[in-house]
Write a protein that binds this ligand. Structure first.
Ligand SMILES: Cc1cc2nc3c(=O)[nH]c(=O)nc-3n(C[C@H](O)[C@H](O)[C@H](O)COP(=O)(O)O)c2cc1C
Length: 440
């Protein structure tokens, strides 16, 4: 019998929670965004739960919302991910450390150095979530008057990836001979100068850091537009998906795995992890109560503003009690807009109802007992909708502790999740091969 396929689990860590009402939930830590001790406790709990990775999202501007909404939300601010993950690397031994870095507003030499450093510091646990940055306000913080156009961002991202991976391969794995007697520190034949001159980027190289422990830190992607899918099929090893139904997840899963096949990549070389917001209760009724209590803590101003961000369109001008009108595509997230419109049409929600849904957290959620949540995760895994999940906790520390103490043991009991880490690098735990150096 073939061995049971197992789930991969990442934790999508907004330090207070992704849910905008979470900082007001009883027992929450409203100061967790800037309290390193809380973050240390969270990651150690995740490691005890054998999570594959701690994912720290990052944004290069406060959220593009009016101040009336911004003032109600903890999701506005957070630590810079590399500073935080370097600190957390020291507090853990096995869990992967995934940071977001933008290909639109960063430079490949900086990005290559930071991830190579984090990979060495953590002994092989770094991952790079490649984003092209959807928030138009980021442009205003980086010397531009206007955001770069959507598909142009993805074209730069593709070239950016080639440069970063090329820089990681600057030195052969065995370049540093450190021959004390001969006085030779590294072998010059084992140094490659990239000399990249492309349409968007010009980088000579070499990188001034030894090849990362993992060869390359694990490549993660989170876009799901046509351009996002294509970039993922060409480069990603993990996708943080955003499907909200098993059916749409299966469509996405089949599409991505077919794109891999076309490129001669093995289906297991890319793990698809949809985001799942998980609320655990002793009974289903208790879990639903928790969710309702949490959603009740979202302010209306915040709800309408969240909907506007998702749509790339000011929703406060719509009739709040009518159905959502037709909304043209904008330069922001294409997949985000599509998701909102699909939900509005499917459930015939008014603008106000839709806003409340997205004001807290509008994506896929599993709300129930440890056993019912394990059933749903198993159905998604076995039904080829997911290789695992990017888990979001409704509030912390309570929601995180519940997951690790109740859901993880249930998954382990069913053979759906590891009891011990397979290795000490993120690649080993995800079952990904270490890429060979392309120049040596
Ligand atoms: C789970 C998840 C995590 C994300 N994390 C970030 C992030 O940290 N920073 C960021 O700028 N965008 C982030 N995004 C947004 C994506 O990078 C992307 O812009 C968005 O999904 C729209 O992609 P599309 O334009 O290809 O549809 C995230 C998206 C998802 C689904």
């Amino acid at each position: 019998m073939a061995p049971q396929k197992q789930l991969k689990l990442a934790a999508f860590m907004r330090p207070i929670s992704i849910h905008t009402g979470a900082w007001r939930y009883p027992g929450a830590y409203p100061d967790a965004n800037f309290n390193a001790a809380h973050l240390e406790r969270f990651i150690q709990t995740l490691e005890r739960g054998r999570f594959d990775a701690f994912f720290m999202a990052d944004h290069l501007a406060v959220l593009n919302m009016p101040i009336a909404a911004l003032k109600r939300s903890h999701t506005v601010t957070s630590f810079e991910p590399f500073t935080l993950l370097s600190f957390l690397a020291h507090a853990t031994r096995f869990i992967g450390l995934v940071a977001t870095a933008s290909t639109t507003f960063d430079e490949p030499y900086h990005v290559a150095r930071r991830f190579a450093s984090l990979d060495h510091l953590s002994r092989g646990r770094a991952g790079w979530n490649i984003v092209t940055t959807a928030n138009p306000d980021a442009a205003l913080n980086f010397g531009l008057d206007e955001h770069v156009e959507h598909d142009e961002r993805y074209r730069r991202a593709r070239e950016f990836y080639d440069v970063v991976t090329g820089l990681w391969d600057s030195f052969a794995d065995d370049a540093f001979v450190r021959d004390v007697d001969a006085g030779l520190y590294f072998e010059p034949k084992k140094l490659h100068v990239l000399n990249h001159k492309g349409k968007h980027l010009s980088v000579r190289g070499p990188l001034n850091i030894a090849r990362p422990v993992q060869g390359w830190p694990v490549i993660v992607q989170a876009g799901s537009s046509e351009a996002g899918r294509q970039l993922a099929a060409e480069t990603a090893e993990v996708i943080f998906g955003a499907s909200s139904t098993l059916h749409s997840a299966q469509e996405f899963y089949a599409d991505i795995k077919a794109r891999l096949d076309k490129r001669g990549r093995h289906p297991d070389s890319l793990k698809i992890l949809p985001g799942a917001f998980v609320v655990v209760g002793e009974s289903r009724a208790e879990a639903l109560d928790k969710r309702e209590r949490l959603d009740g803590l979202v302010h209306d101003d915040s709800a309408i503003a969240s909907l506007s961000v998702m749509l790339g369109h000011d929703a406060s001008r719509f009739d709040l009690d009518a159905l959502l009108p037709e909304i043209p595509e904008t330069n922001a997230s294409q997949s985000g807009r599509r998701r909102v419109i699909e939900l509005a049409r499917r459930e015939k929600l008014s603008v106000r109802q839709l806003a409340r849904r997205f004001g807290g957290y509008g994506g896929l959620s599993f709300v129930g007992t440890a056993s019912s949540i394990a059933d749903e995760m198993q159905e998604w895994l076995e039904g080829e909708g997911a290789d695992g999940f990017n888990v979001m906790f409704p509030y912390l520390p309570g929601g995180l502790d519940d997951f690790v103490e109740q859901v993880v043991p249930e998954l382990q009991r069913r053979g759906l999740f590891r009891r011990e880490y397979a290795g000490s690098t993120l690649r080993e735990n995800l079952g990904l091969v270490r890429p060979p150096n392309q120049f040596f």
